[in-house]
Design a protein around this ligand. Sequence first.
Ligand SMILES: [Zn+2]
Ligand SMILES: [Zn+2]
Ligand SMILES: [Zn+2]
Length: 140
Amino acid sequence: MEKWIAALRSQGYKVTPQRRVVIEALKQGDKFATAQQVLEAVRQRFPEMSLDTVYRNLSLLVELGLVHEVRTKGRDGNFFEIAVTGHHHHTVCLQCGKAECLDFCPIHEQDLARAEVGGFKITAHSLEFYGYCADCRKVG
Ligand SMILES: [Zn+2]
Ligand SMILES: [Zn+2]
Ligand SMILES: [Zn+2]
């Protein structure tokens, strides 16, 4: 928890009880949580907290690199994952929505350099791999 508090403070953000409880909800739940799942956990302590507030706090944490956002294509919206490991990517099943972490980044320095056209400077990137998991690929 101290790591998150220090990171928020060093960027000039207050560690509000709402922010703290959003982080706690992510740490205690399953590996991936939707904003709705975070809201349900958070409402046990802040019954009046809105989904909008959860989204705003999650966006800030994603911006600060404390939380990873996985863009799913499902109806339940994106997954959020506490950033215990460094930069990495995910596979997302288009059938069942299951996400898995990849422990590497397939983007190479030279690819990034090629993308920096017209003086553009890349500071971050995100990338998801969509397809079908082993269970969903089984026929019958
Ligand atoms: Zn699947
Ligand atoms: Zn991950
Ligand atoms: Zn990467």
